[in-house]
Every structure is written in C-alpha cells, then in structure tokens.
Design a protein around this ligand. Structure first.
Ligand code: AMP
Length: 282
C-alpha cells in the first residue's frame, strides 16, 4: 500500500494503472475509519483491480460554526485499517495541496439541496460537489463508493456525475450500524456517554415510523409527529429535522407512494447525528 500526498503523483500512478487496463475503485472519506467505511472498501476491493481510499477533511463543506476543527482525525490508525483491507493507495493530501490558491471555480448544486442537510447546512453540498469533482479528476475511478447513511449526498453525487458527464459508476452501499442500531459515524466519539445511550432513538424512531406504515399509516405529517415526539421524550437531543420526501428527487409528498426517504438530524451537545430509511411503498 502506498500513501500519496500530492495530486501529481496520484494522477501519474493512476494513469500507469489504467494503461495496464486496471479498473479503479474509489472510496472518498474524511478518515477516522469505522466499519461503515470498511464495508465500502471491502465492496470496492471485490469489484475492482485497484482500490484508492482518500482521507481528506474538506474545509469547504463545513459551515463557520460547524465541527471542522473538532472532527476526529487519526491517520496512523486509518493507515493500519486500510492496510488490513488491502487498499492499494491512500490519497492523503493537505488542505494546501487541494486548495493552494483562493478557488476561481466552485461547483454549485442546483437541485435536491433545498431540504434536509442542504437546508440546515447552507453551502455544504457545494463544498462536497467541488471536492468530489476534484477527487474524480485526480483518481479517475471506474467506480466510486458512497454510503446510504448520507442518502442526500448520494442523490447529489448522482446528479453531479450525470450532469457533468464523469465517466464512472456511482455505487451506493447500505448503512452499517452499531449493535443497538445507531448508524456508525466518525462523529459518534464526540457524543457524551449518556448521549451515546440515547442516540439509538434515531434508529428506533425510524423503525416506529416503518411499523406505522406497515400498519397502514399513509400520512407523512403523522409519521413526522410520531418520530419527533419519540426523539424529544427519549433523549436530550434537539431535532434539527424529521422529514419525508420522494427519493432520490427529494420532493415533498402529501401521500406515501413510490420510493421514499424518512430522514432525521438530531443535535446533541457537540455533535449532530443523521440517519435515514429508504422504503418502497406499494
Ligand atoms: P465520511 O468519512 O463520513 O465522509 O464518510 C465517507 C463515506 O463513508 C461516505 O460515503 C459515507 O456515506 C460512508 N459512510 C459513513 N458512515 C457510514 C455507515 N454507517 N454506513 C455506510 N456508509 C457510511
């Protein structure tokens, strides 16, 4: 496994691999790897000749009051985990390598961002789309792997790849959870101990909503009230949003039909958690 820190060297290596006919699987991350990331890496390993993992905490996608400085980082641990998963290259650039000058161009996302995290975190998806576009030009992947934990991100990246004609396939991977159901996240380490216990309420309220749908509930507003009540009465978390939309279009629904997403964001003391459930309604 090689650790590469410069764009030029990464591109040279990839061009060499491609000239030998190798397929490239790419897993972009912000590091502090957990089982969710490792599941993406394992799938990329199975489906490609070469696996590239990027680790880059992208300042462009954090708002001024968000957790860029406290986002957990541990490169040596990540390197050991990547080695165990037989990653071929870790691309690990500095902020200065990625953004050496004041950017003259950024990618603005026009659709699928007026709700959920796009609404709560203005500019977040422009930052994601900009860095992912750069990473796609640097790594030139055959397939790029993203987790459904960030389902809105998957919808945005699919739009990016289609609109800007990136020659690659986007592969969306199921959410990996802790034993109690909490979606794995690098940010979970920033939960206080009592918040960690309460945090399972996100998953539980999604399951309650599903149960109500299975029992015939068709009104999205009733489901939202049910989930909000469950979260506020079982945790100290503050609901940032609890919403239901069509997926991947992310349009409001008066009645549940087709593919839908039930999505939650809840703020705890030092960390904001997200989770979602995508369902096909008959
Ligand atoms: P991050 O490092 O948080 O930016 O995540 C990098 C990639 O891993 C993104 O595509 C995430 O959606 C994915 N990911 C993070 N957590 C999980 C999880 N619990 N299950 C599946 N994928 C995940």
């Amino acid at each position: 496994m090689k650790v590469i820190t410069t764009i030029k060297e990464m591109q040279t290596e990839i061009k060499q691999q491609k000239s030998e006919g190798k397929s490239i699987g790419f897993v972009p991350t912000m590091g502090y790897l957990h089982e969710g990331h490792l599941t993406l890496i394992k799938q990329a390993r199975q489906e490609n000749d070469i696996v590239v993992l990027s680790i880059f905490v992208n300042p462009l996608q954090f708002g001024p009051t968000e957790d860029f400085s406290t986002y957990p980082r541990d490169f040596e641990r990540d390197r050991a985990l990547a080695e165990c998963e037989h990653v071929d290259y870790i691309f690990y650039p500095t902020v200065n390598e990625m953004y050496p000058t004041e950017p003259s161009v950024k990618v603005i996302v026009q659709a699928r961002t007026d709700v959920l995290c796009g609404k709560s975190r203005p500019g977040h998806f422009d930052g994601v789309a900009t860095v992912v576009s750069k990473l796609f030009h640097i790594v030139m992947p055959t397939r790029a792997y993203f987790g459904k934990k960030d389902a809105q991100q998957v919808a945005v990246i699919e739009g990016l790849v289609s609109d800007l004609n990136f020659p690659l396939d986007v592969v969306a991977v199921e959410i990996v959870r802790e034993e109690d159901g909490l979606a794995k996240s690098s940010r979970n380490v920033n939960l206080l101990p009592e918040e960690r216990e309460q945090a399972v309420v996100l998953y539980k309220s999604l399951q309650e909503a599903k149960k109500a749908i299975d029992q015939g509930e068709q009104n999205p507003h009733s489901l939202i009230i049910l989930m909000k009540e469950m979260i506020t009465s079982n945790s100290s978390g503050v609901v940032d949003y609890a919403e239901i939309y069509s997926y991947p279009q992310l349009k409001p629904l008066e009645k549940l039909e087709g593919r839908i997403i039930i999505a939650l964001a809840v703020k705890f003391t030092k960390v904001r958690l997200i989770d979602n459930l995508i369902l096909d309604i008959e």
